[in-house]
Design a protein. Structure first.
Length: 376
RNA sequence: GGGGAGAUACCAAAGUGGCCAACUGGGGCAGACUGUAACUCUGCUGGCGUACGCCUUCGUAGGUUCGAAUCCUGCUCUCCCCA
């Protein structure tokens, strides 16, 4: 796996590049749809590829481990074979579940003990086991096992949490070295910078991490409850420390505005459940702001879902019909909204890339941020 | 014709003397959602007021009572059973 930088503008840290993987090239900046349980909820692989233009998707270690279980995925020949997605796959390590399932897990030096949210059964995740599982899933990009520190963590907690994440990282690296790819393609480990909302912790974490040779570096523990300004401030601290010639992945972010702001600060890769989850809940993202399609005002609006949209669903269906579907809890509504939102997200990063390459990113971004913040 | 049951807010349905502007669902109207325990969650839903509150409501007309959605009487309507 290697990364080629195509262009870097003078008045912004934004970059355009290409990340080459054995399952295909990824043009950055990129948004990666989240497919927690092996599927991007409600979206066919064909539409992901041909209509939405996704270049890489996510899977989740914790969820896939619980269901269908690692054995089944191995028997299938890896997640690519299992779900039919032939492009690159990145798996989250379960570090986010350490955060989101805080009530039913316990952290120790050894790892994280979870109680399954499905049946209550008890499971231990260690840095080693998490690497092994991701190997078996067949991820192109394997994420280090970390503790995703809550956004409101006090300094002392964030510091301890970071130290644990760093010790776990060393064990992840060691386990990667001791093990081999499962299905004949390369698997790369991305370390993760934590440190809460504390610049000195973030700086130390970033410096610590770049000592580990990797094909890419991630920033985690943001957009988890902290003020938006803190998120940007942490990116400002960390991104300049990370190697220029490696992709930078901001985990779990975010809103369209978040993404543009982060691209401006030198981030290359993003993922977020927002386009799919919020889509299912009736929120549409457009160039001109967000739409709550459940609102009464759309009931008799027979114009296309999105006049400027790039997906077929944007022109195939009207706002009124989509509202009807969502309000009626018809599953097609979730599908259309998700497909629209993902298409918009992929359009957004593609357009950002074009603007970077033509040297107009900064101006374009400033205009877009204003438009995107509107509510229609 | 005889017997029985019932009429509560947009719908359904609790409430059978004061804690009732009235439980709870649904519907409606808004809001939230950031490495997915999420087709989920939260709020509001008689009128006016930010709020304390005030006003008008439980088929309808009267009555009893300090006080009625709740008790009594007449009327109207609905449903069930038997002829």
């Amino acid at each position: 796996m290697n990364f080629t930088l195509k262009h870097q503008a003078f008045n912004t840290a934004a970059r355009a590049g290409v990340l080459h993987t054995e399952h295909g090239d990824i043009e950055t900046p990129i948004f990666m749809p989240v497919g927690t349980a092996g599927s991007v909820k409600g979206i066919h692989v064909r539409d992901l590829k041909d209509d939405i233009g996704a270049q890489i998707i996510l899977g989740n270690t914790y969820h896939l481990y619980l269901r269908p279980g690692t054995d089944i995925i191995e028997q299938a020949g890896g997640l690519h074979k299992f779900n039919g997605w032939s492009g690159p796959i990145l798996t989250d390590s379960g570090g986010y579940q350490v955060f989101s399932l805080g009530d039913i897990r316990k952290l120790t030096e050894e790892g994280a003990r979870f109680q399954s949210h499905i049946d209550g059964s008890r499971h231990l995740f260690t840095p080693e086991s998490v690497i092994d599982i991701q190997r078996k899933i067949g991820a192109d990009i394997i994420m280090a096992f970390d503790e995703c520190t809550p956004g409101d963590a006090e300094y002392d907690y964030a510091k301890k949490s970071l130290a644990l994440t760093q010790r776990w990282l060393d064990r992840c690296v060691e386990q990667m070295e001791k093990t081999q790819p499962r299905y004949g393609h390369q698997q790369s480990l991305f370390p993760i910078v934590q440190g809460g909302v504390y610049p000195d912790l973030r700086e130390a974490a970033a410096k610590n991490i770049i000592a580990i040779p990797s094909d890419g570096y991630a920033i985690g523990g943001l957009s988890v409850g902290e003020p938006e300004a803190d998120m940007y401030a942490m990116i400002d601290v960390v991104a300049p420390i990370l190697p220029q010639d490696k992709p930078r992945y901001l985990m779990g972010v975010g809103t369209p505005v978040n993404i543009l702001e982060a691209i401006d600060r030198g981030i290359d890769m993003f993922d977020c459940v927002m386009p799919t989850r919020n889509g299912r809940n009736g929120m549409l993202f457009t160039q001109n702001g967000t739409i709550n399609i459940k609102n009464k005002r759309w009931a008799d609006d027979f114009s296309p879902v999105d006049q400027d949209g790039t997906s077929f669903v944007d022109h195939q269906y009207s706002k009124a019909f989509l509202r009807h579907l969502i309000v009626s809890n018809e599953m097609l509504g979730s599908q259309i909204a998700s497909q629209h939102n993902l298409s918009f997200y992929l359009w957004l990063v593609k357009e950002a890339r074009t603007q970077i390459l033509t040297g107009n990113f900064k101006n374009w971004k400033e205009e877009m941020v204003i438009k995107l913040a509107q509510r229609l």
